[in-house]
Design a protein around this ligand. Structure first.
Ligand code: P1T
Length: 384
């Protein structure tokens, strides 16, 4: 197959998924086998043991790599399993630089797991790439960013940060979970490796926890292949199948998430109960111009600060009927959550406040329900 010539919507349906040779089945078989018969010791058909490699996982890894324009893909049992495996490319005495606004679990991984391993981390606001340069040390082995960030929806200029990391010879990891490859392709902008929580938009139906790493760097790919097998944080074949199934509609889903979120963000912006709306599609967003440059749409996530602070946020979340109050994002159903109490509780309160995660902050994952139904739910919850 000449997959490289196809557009993303086509790759999402076909990449890594030729019809099954025996029956012609057009959907990938779920190969549950934990082990594979060998003709003679060491003489096998490419699979030995399902932790090391599995045909259903291989199909997913090939498809995800194609979507990100990567040569190599690695799937994991969760987004954090992918991140933890990447963290293991560093060792005691090494240092990493991370964006100041990341998923709470990513902060916790670097702060509470990496530091005891002897890996120091510096968190910096990367809206000025000069701060990344200033934070680099001779021992820096990884620069990590999310854009758009979770939960503040800040945008960092991937190409500008990549220029800094390339000059220093340090790999750049970009967590592309919020944007998806439909809206942003970090490897084309100079990133070394893309990180995903496939739990979110890629699977898209809130029924799988998974993760992935995608890279075209041969040395990093070799190390990741070793670590994926040696650490063993791999996904089940069934979960791989589920993500492959979800991926087939990724393009249409993400375009609709963007269309609905854009309208809701505009309306929230005008709402008297809302102090501030964080959405890259709004012209007053500080990263609006960067978004136009590096993204094909501002995404389906919106954060907003309510005038009434914590009480107003908790009241609003309690009044919503269609939006579920729940962690996670990127599914067909709309979700709302309170970052300070829920997804970012693992960040110390003073640090949360310092970066702008206030007690009145509410994060919305705008789903695929009817736009007017969603708006009437939000308007009712914000009223009074
Ligand atoms: O939950 P898991 O599949 O392990 O993925 C972790 C992760 C990594 N990167 C980003 C940007 C994320 O948002 C997450 C998980 N986030 C949530 C559960 C959340 O509600 O924000």
């Amino acid at each position: 197959m000449t997959e490289h010539a196809w557009s993303l919507d086509t790759l999402a349906i076909h990449a890594g998924q030729p019809p099954e040779p025996m029956s012609g089945a057009v959907m990938q078989p779920i190969v549950l086998a934990s082990t594979f018969a060998q003709e003679a010791p060491g003489k096998h058909k490419g699979y030995e043991y399902s932790r090391s490699g599995n045909p259903t996982r291989r199909a997913l890894e090939t498809c995800l790599a194609a979507l990100e324009g990567a040569k190599h893909g690695f799937a994991f049992g969760s987004g954090l399993a992918a991140s933890a495996t990447l963290l293991h490319t560093l060792g005691p005495g090494d240092h990493l630089v991370c964006g100041d606004d990341v998923y709470g679990g990513t902060f916790r991984l670097f702060d509470k797991v990496g530091r005891p391993m002897g890996i120091d981390a510096t968190f910096v606001d990367m809206t000025d790439p000069g701060r990344v340069r200033a934070a680099l040390r001779p021992t820096t082995k990884l620069v990590w960013l999310e854009t758009p960030t979770n939960p503040l929806l800040k945008l960092f200029d991937i190409a500008a940060v990549a220029e800094v990391t390339r000059a220093a010879g340090v790999p750049l990891a970009v967590d592309n979970t919020f944007a998806t490859p439909v809206l942003q392709r970090p490897l084309e902008l100079g990133a070394t490796v893309v990180v995903h929580s496939t739990t979110k938009y890629l699977n898209g139906h809130s029924d799988v926890v998974g993760g992935a790493l995608l890279t075209s760097d041969p040395a990093l790919a070799e190390r990741l292949a070793f670590l994926q097998n040696a650490i063993g944080a791999v996904p089940s074949p069934f979960d791989c199948y589920m993500v492959l199934r979800g991926l087939k509609t990724l393009g249409v889903r993400v375009r609709q998430h963007v269309a609905s979120a854009s309208r809701i963000a505009e309306r929230l912006h005008e709402h008297p109960a809302v102090l501030r709306v964080m959405y890259p599609g709004l012209p007053d967003h500080p990263g609006h111009a960067i978004g136009k440059k590096q993204m094909r749409g501002p995404g389906g996530m919106i954060s907003c600060e309510l005038r009434g602070g914590l009480d107003a946020a908790v009241r609003m979340l309690g009044r919503l009927e269609l939006f579920h109050c729940a962690e996670s994002l990127g599914g067909v159903e709309s979700l709302a959550e309170h970052p300070a109490i829920m997804t970012h509780a693992s960040i110390p309160p003073e640090q949360r406040r310092a970066i702008g995660i206030g007690d009145g902050l509410v994060r919305l994952s705008v789903g695929l329900e009817d736009l007017e139904d969603l708006w009437s739910d939000l308007a009712r919850a914000l009223a009074g």
